[in-house]
Structure formats: structure tokens, C-alpha cells
Design a protein around this ligand. Structure first.
Ligand SMILES: O=C1O[C@H](COP(=O)(O)O)[C@@H](O)[C@H](O)[C@H]1O
Length: 253
């Protein structure tokens, strides 16, 4: 792993611009290196942050971006729980990511077939990789330590062969989802968690500083050869005792 950086910001207002700089800097690097930028998006609170920040960037060119979903709920795209549906309204409608570059699930399929279909789409997009190697994955973490749709004590945490797995008993509704597995997450060139709000403080301390008992799913994100960032706000970081970074405005990651 290229090293973990924990960066704390007073609030989302200061975190957002640095997050979007991280996205654009990794996009520039990827496009220069291999002609495209492959980005995995999570749902939840990340949607509004990206939807607020990215469209305001001057001259943002997303024409060479390929976007997948780190997890997705098995609901119609017009359902308020649909991650794609939320991004479509808050981000995709405002930037020039080509439709062909957005790898959506087929939400009309039963959950297992949906996972198989999404696996096929990822394999087509990453034909040379055993596990898709994304340039950047943006992850969230729930107050229970879940990330993607990988939940504590769930058998999916031990999945080592599948690229995308299905879950029908998500403890967080909606119950049916598909999710990237740890082999994919940990193959990424760069992974950035965004975690804000005081509700995340107890679990963030255990994820970053260790705990008795099994590691939370978010703690099992350790990119094999990639960078790992934790971008958090003061409320989420309020229980941390480890050394953290605090960057000035305009800082670059
Ligand atoms: O259900 C989900 O939750 C996680 C965490 O969301 P957050 O709002 O607490 O950041 C999210 O990363 C995941 O994509 C989503 O399906």
C-alpha cells in the first residue's frame, strides 16, 4: 500500500473542494497515463458533495471518464434510493461524462442475475484485469462501519473470487443490493473515504485506531498497491487520538 493519509477538515465546506481537487488530479494523471479515468462512486452523503463541487469546476472535461458504482441498490432508477438516479440528477446531468462511460446495473433483473450482469459490464470495461483496477474509488462509511454494501459480520466480507456480489439481507434498507468485493476495492490505484458527521466518530476511531474483535468492513480497505485517503470533518474525527493532517485551503493531495 502506498500509505494511508488521514486528513481532517473543519467541515464539509472545506473538505469538498479538496475532494474535487483529488478527483481531478487523479483524472489528469490517469488520462495522461492510459487515456481514460476510471472512477468508482459510492452513494449516500457522497452524492450531494460531488454534485455540489464537481460541476462548479471551470473547464472540467469528463469526456474520457468511465464511471462505475461501488455498490447499488436494486431499485428502479427513479426510486429515491437509487444511487444512479441520485447521481443522474445531481451530477451526470451537469457534466459531460458520456452515457457509454456510465456503467449502470440492470435493476430489472433478480439480484443474483443483476450482480452477474454488472460483473460482465465491469469485465468488458477492464478486459486485461482479473479484478478491475479503478484509478479512483470514492467510498463512504456507515455508522456501523460498512462500506460499499459490505456490512459487518456478513459472509460477503470473505468473498475472494467474485468481482460483484449480491446481497439480499442488507441491514440498511433497501435490502437487495449489489456491491464490489474487497478484491476489487483493494486493487484500486487510489481509494478515498469521505466520512463526515459526529455519528461516524465512534466507528471511525475503531477503524483507524483498531478495536477488539473483527475489523469493520471499512478497516479492511487496504489497497494492495494504491493510495488510501481518509477525508473527514472535525465531528467525525472528534474521538481520534492518532496524528492527523490538517491542510490549508487550496491544498492539493
Ligand atoms: O448505503 C450506503 O451507505 C454507505 C455510507 O453512506 P453515508 O451516507 O453514511 O456516507 C455508502 O457509501 C454506500 O454507497 C451506500 O449504498
Amino acid at each position: 500500500m502506498a500509505g494511508r493519509r488521514v486528513v481532517v477538515f473543519p467541515s464539509s465546506a472545506e473538505l469538498g473542494p479538496v475532494l474535487s481537487q483529488l478527483v481531478t488530479s487523479r483524472a489528469e494523471k490517469a488520462i495522461a497515463s492510459h487515456g481514460r479515468f476510471t472512477l468508482g462512486l459510492s452513494g449516500g452523503s457522497l452524492v450531494s458533495m460531488l454534485g455540489k463541487e464537481l460541476p462548479t469546476l471551470p473547464d472540467l472535461d469528463c469526456s474520457k471518464w468511465v464511471v462505475g458504482f461501488c455498490d447499488e441498490r436494486l431499485v428502479p432508477f427513479d426510486d429515491p434510493e437509487s444511487t444512479y438516479g441520485l447521481y443522474k440528477g445531481q451530477l451526470f446531468s451537469k457534466v459531460n461524462i458520456p452515457d457509454s462511460g456510465i456503467l449502470t446495473i440492470d435493476s430489472s433483473l433478480p439480484v443474483n442475475e443483476c450482480a452477474e450482469d454488472y460483473t460482465r459490464k465491469l469485465k468488458e470495461a477492464f478486459p486485461d484485469d482479473k479484478f478491475p483496477v479503478f484509478d479512483l474509488l470514492l467510498l463512504g462509511m456507515g455508522p456501523d462501519g460498512h462500506t460499499c454494501s459490505l456490512f459487518p459480520d456478513h459472509p460477503l466480507l470473505e468473498e475472494t473470487k467474485k468481482i460483484v456480489a449480491s446481497i439480499s439481507d442488507s441491514p440498511k434498507p433497501p435490502p437487495q443490493r449489489v456491491t464490489m468485493t474487497f478484491p476489487v476495492v483493494n486493487s484500486a490505484r487510489c481509494v478515498a473515504f469521505v466520512s463526515t458527521g459526529g455519528s461516524k466518530a465512534p466507528v471511525l476511531k475503531e477503524v483507524l485506531e483498531g478495536r477488539e474483535g473483527p475489523a469493520y468492513p471499512a478497516a479492511r480497505v487496504v489497497p494492495t498497491n494504491g493510495e488510501l485517503f481518509w477525508l473527514v470533518d472535525d465531528p467525525a474525527a472528534s474521538s481520534l487520538t492518532i496524528q492527523v493532517e490538517r491542510l490549508g485551503s487550496g491544498a492539493k493531495l
